[in-house]
Design a protein around this ligand. Structure first.
Ligand SMILES: Cc1ncc(COP(=O)(O)O)c(C=O)c1O
Length: 309
């Protein structure tokens, strides 16, 4: 992320270098932070920056805050207004990525629930470098956390040390990233994105109880596959060897958008990446986030520059 002018902290625009919290804050000492990663896309023809599925992200943040028992009631409207104010203050007229964090400050106790600070950052952000080549991934020996350990449904920073083990191992072993399995050996997700595959003419996605974050991009792809390709996405447990048998495998998430996977454990995925369905879904997705072409869901876009303040 490039260095923007401001970061929003509790409704105040703070210069980038001054945005600090105390070293003993529970957010630091016990990873007491939940967050959202959100993208906004610049559309040249409309001279507008669109936040993609903003309210869904903010509602998920509220769910994370609730499940973590943080003492905060963050309204979607307040967060939305602060996000728009920050982007305007930074003057972003480019593709950006935002991080919206609810973090616990105050004394360092593992059972602290507040005070909670709302911190928002925004900065320029490109697409992944694997859009054309596809990624080479490893099925990790690190097991995905589960609902009875660190629930992946909650987007907590603490969950990312699990993904980090897998990611660093994969990179050390010469791969781009990793796919983690659940305790039962079913496909969960990558450290930062969900996984879908195409097999026998069907798009298959591990279900929402298979150690995954309930991804907003995954939900978007399920809808676009139905509306744009007339294909139903089957949500079910997925075996590791189905990854080897698949015609196409791709990862999706706000950060990675729709990114093809070329090899898994050095085994080439059926059709050279990106396969035709992955390519088509990426096109549909990119049209939707920019509000261009045959985009079907204007309700998914929050304009920044024309938005009423
Ligand atoms: C672990 C994990 N899974 C899945 C996703 C995808 O979620 P979303 O599509 O809501 O961004 C993310 C974030 O992008 C993530 O960090």
């Amino acid at each position: 992320m490039s260095k923007p002018k401001y970061i929003m902290m509790n409704g105040e625009l703070v210069p980038f270098d001054d945005a600090k919290i105390h070293v003993l804050a529970p957010a630091v000492t016990y990873a007491m932070t939940v967050f959202e990663g959100i993208r906004a896309y610049w559309t040249e023809e409309k001279q507008e920056l669109y936040l993609f599925r903003l309210d869904e992200h903010l509602l998920r943040l509220r769910q994370s805050v609730k499940a973590m028992r943080f003492d905060a009631d963050l309204s979607v409207e307040t967060m939305r207004n602060q996000i728009i104010e920050l982007i305007r203050a930074n003057g972003h007229r480019e593709n950006i990525h935002l991080r919206v964090m609810a973090l616990v400050e105050g004394s360092p106790s593992v059972s602290s629930v507040g005070p909670v600070s709302l911190v928002i950052t925004a900065g320029a952000y490109p697409s992944t470098k694997w859009v054309d080549s596809g990624m080479n991934v490893q099925v990790s020996s690190w097991q995905r956390v589960g609902d009875t350990t660190n629930p992946p449904r909650i987007k907590a920073t603490a969950n990312y040390s699990n993904g980090r083990f897998a990611m660093l191992q994969a990179q050390q072993d010469g791969y781009d990233s990793a796919i983690m399995l659940t305790r039962d050996g079913k496909v969960a997700e990558t450290p930062v994105a969900t996984v879908l595959l195409v097999r026998r003419g069907e798009i298959v996605a591990p279900g929402v109880t298979e150690g995954i974050l309930e991804s907003i991009t995954r939900d978007t792809i399920i809808q676009l596959a139905h509306e744009g390709l007339d294909m139903k996405v089957v949500e079910r447990p997925v075996d590791r060897t189905e990854l080897y048998a698949a015609d196409e495998v791709f990862a999706c998430g706000s950060g990675w958008e729709v990114t093809p996977i070329a090899t898994i454990d050095r085994i080439p995925v059926g059709i050279a990446a990106p396969g035709p369905i992955t390519r088509r879904l990426r096109e549909l997705y990119m049209d939707e986030v920019h509000g261009r072409g045959g985009a079907r869901h204007p309700e998914w876009l929050t304009p920044v520059w024309q938005a009423k303040s």
